[in-house]
Structure formats: C-alpha cells, structure tokens
Design a protein around this ligand. Structure first.
Ligand code: HGY
Ligand code: MN
Ligand code: MN
Ligand code: MN
Length: 423
C-alpha cells in the first residue's frame, strides 16, 4: 500500500467545482415541487428525467452504462484489467418530498467529477471504477429505504420485491415495468467478487464537521435503522352527539403512542437513540367526526442494535397497553429492522491518507442517517466520506453544501479511487 501512497501523492488533480454545482442545479430541476423544494420519488417522471440526465452525463464521459431490473444504474470506467473486481462509488438521486438538492446527488455527480479529474490528470485505473446510482434509497414510495442496495446484496429477494405495494396499490413490478425496467429480478444480486471496495461520498446531514471546521468526515459505522407502522381502529362517530365516555378515539391513541415513543428514546439517556413518528394519517380526517382510524409511521435508530431493539419492544408493548386502555383495535407491522454496518478499516485508512495528502482536516465519525452503503458493507469492503453541510440541515429545502466543501470531498474521493483502483 505504501508505494500506492507515494505514487498517488504525485497525482495533480483538478476538480471543477462550478461544473458540479451547475450539474446539481440542473438535477434539482427534475422535481415534483417547485425550487428550492425537491421531490423526486421512485419511477415518477421527475425521477426518470433525472436518470436520463445522469445517463447523458455518463455517456459524455465515455462510461459504459448498464441498468438492472429495478433501475440501479452502473456507469463504468473500464480499467486495464477489466475482469478484476471493480472499485465502486456512487449514491442515490431520489429525494423525499419537500427536501433538498444535495442529499445523495453529491455522491453521484461528485463521483463523476472524481472520474473526470482522474482522466484529466492522465491517470488510468487497473481495476475498473464504477459509479452506482442506487435506484431508490428513500422509503417514500414503497415504504422501505435502500431498495436498490437491499436487492443488489440479496437482503431483499425477488419474491420480497414482488410483494411491495405503494399507497395506490400499484405493485413494484407494475411500477418498474411502467418505468421501462423489465429484466428478470433474479439477475439483480451482485456476485461476491463484483466489487473490491466501495466508497460513498455524502453530505453529513448533521452539524459536527461544520461545527468543528473539519474538511471531511470518515465514516466508521452506519447507525441501525428500523421502521414500524402502528394502526389503531376505533368506532368513530358524531363529534357533537357522541359523549366523551363512550368514545374510542383512534387519533388520541396514536397521539398518546407518539408521546410514548419520544419518552422511550429519552429514557435511554444517550444521544445515539433517536425515534421519530414521521407520519401520522387519520381517517376520516373531518373536523366533526371522531377519528376511527390512525396510522403512525415510526422510525427508530441507534448505533447500538440491542438498545435500538429494546426501544422497539417498548413501543410495541406501549401500543398494546394504549389500545386496551382506549378500547381500540390495533396492529403493528415492523417494516425493517436492520443491523448497523462497520466500514472496512483499510478503506477508512485509505480515506484518511488521502485527506492527509491533500492537507484536509478529517475526523472519524458515525453516520446517523442510513445509506445504501449500510447494505453494500455486508457484501464488499465499504466506507463513506462525509462533507459538511450548512447547520447540519438535511431533508429540508434549505439543505446546502458549499462548492468548496463539495470540491474537497471530490478530491479526497478521487485520490482514494486512484489508490484503490491501482492494485
Ligand atoms: O433516512 C435516512 O437516513 C436517509 O436519508 N434515507
Ligand atoms: Mn435522505
Ligand atoms: Mn442520502
Ligand atoms: Mn490525519
């Protein structure tokens, strides 16, 4: 590894930050909500337009493109030994409703600029370098995040994918066929030797790097996400005529549970346990009708899997107690309960070496957001590279990463890709 280090130090890479910024701005145009809010949901026209745009950029760079049965996009820069396991990099380009323009996209356009910078320097990889645009990192349409990477690593099998339905009862197969993805689901899973290593560049989505004035973060572990859905059903009735003691109000059961989820997180006494009741649907949702249906979407995370699971158990038992006390029916569905992932030590070191070579300050950190790297890490050596974002804001339209921060992330990524693809 030392000779790579010495050799890579001779790289003189130029990153065109303003080109990256303009390409991110162009990507933002593909949205179902007006700027600055970005909404880009799996297989919608905005998503398909964004994919077309990215494929155009990849083609301009002469990359070899393929797409799999669910729309994971692979854009490969063939190396001298094209058959060796490749070095992967990339992220996602879908966006939750009313969010920002940097989450995911920095890791896609940044990976392309890293390849362009390496090409401009005359560098030629031994191992191919491949950009992977994961098809649906956000849980918005089918309720579960990281669909692309779960399928690529076999966490979700074809049968699991076929069971997925969106809120309009459109099946995953119907949705992907309509988007033009008709290959067999069985062809998605990657072989063990597909990648030799994978690096994902992403905004931190937290305040630590900016607060510390640190150029880049090297992610050592990715927190363990879990999502559950709790539904309460009551009899409902007339808001005026139904007396209070005769009610079994589904909304109030849900409201009580939402407060209990916050209590369960705080009771753990650590900042690493976070719980969010992110969605709360009620029906019939009319002011003069006692709610008879409430559905809560609850997101539970921690870097400690046992602690996360104990919070899940508390929430599930409180839901049952509340249902009994309020004489409502209830059901609980755990959509996913994933394990945390550790980065590969050799990739953490490679990223730190690159930062040192570039005189960038860096720090090791945990990712509190989940990413496709969470699943890729179970099959291939993986690490993530974070750049600061303003006030740590994300999943909001005022999410922002400066051109300088992005350029530093791209330079550190390019240096690391050069090293990893040279042996
Ligand atoms: O929710 C997350 O952590 C990711 O941004 N989807
Ligand atoms: Mn996100
Ligand atoms: Mn993301
Ligand atoms: Mn150092």
């Amino acid at each position: 590894v030392v000779e790579n280090w010495v050799w890579a130090a001779s790289l003189r890479l130029e990153v065109d930050g303003s080109r990256v910024e303009s390409e991110l701005k162009e990507l933002r145009r593909f949205s179902d909500t007006a700027a600055p809010d970005v909404t880009r949901i799996l297989y919608t026209q905005s998503d398909l337009d964004a994919r077309d745009y990215l494929r155009r950029l990849f083609k301009e760079e002469g990359l070899v493109i393929r797409e799999d049965a669910i729309g994971n996009i692979f854009a490969r820069w063939p190396g001298k030994s094209a058959d060796s396991p490749a070095i992967g990099t990339g992220s996602h380009c879908d966006a939750i409703p009313f969010s920002g323009m940097y989450d995911g996209t920095v890791g896609v356009v940044g990976a392309l600029e890293a390849i362009r910078a390496l090409k401009r320097s005359g560098f030629r990889p031994v191992r191919s370098i491949e950009i992977l645009v994961f098809t649906s990192e956000e849980p918005t349409r089918f309720g579960i995040g990281c669909l692309g990477s779960r399928a690529l690593t076999g966490v979700l099998k074809p049968l699991d994918l076929m069971k997925l339905l969106d809120v309009n009862n459109t099946s995953f197969d119907q949705a992907r066929f309509a988007a033009g993805y008709t290959d067999k689901l069985e062809n998605i899973e990657l072989s063990e030797s597909y990648y030799d290593g994978f690096i994902e560049l992403h905004i931190e989505q937290g305040p630590e790097l900016e607060k510390g004035g640190i150029d880049v973060g090297v992610v050592t572990a990715i927190a363990a996400p879990a999502q559950l859905e709790v539904t309460f059903k009551g009899d409902g009735g007339h808001a005026g005529a139904l007396l209070m003691h005769l009610r079994n109000d589904a909304l109030l059961a849900g409201a009580e549970l939402a407060i209990e989820t916050e209590k369960a997180a705080l009771a753990k006494g650590t900042r690493d346990t976070v719980v969010t009741t992110g969605s709360f649907d009620i029906a019939p949702n009319t002011v003069n009708s006692v709610p008879r249906h409430a559905k809560l979407g609850i997101d539970v995370r921690d870097i400690d899997e046992q602690r996360r699971d104990s919070v899940l158990e508390i929430i599930i038992s409180r839901a049952a107690e509340i249902a009994t006390a309020r004489r409502v029916e209830h059901s609980v569905r755990v959509l996913n309960k994933d394990s945390p992932a550790d980065s590969a030590v050799e990739l953490v070191r490679a990223l730190e070496d690159s930062a040192d070579q570039l005189n960038f300050s860096h720090q090791r950190m945990v990712s509190r957001a989940y990413h496709d790297s969470l699943f890729i890490a179970a099959k291939f050596p993986t690490a993530m590279l974070f750049i600061p974002c303003r006030d740590g804001i994300s999943h909001r339209p005022d999410e922002y990463a400066s051109e300088e921060a992005i350029s530093k992330g791209v330079l550190a990524l390019a240096h690391t890709l050069a090293k990893l693809s040279s042996a």
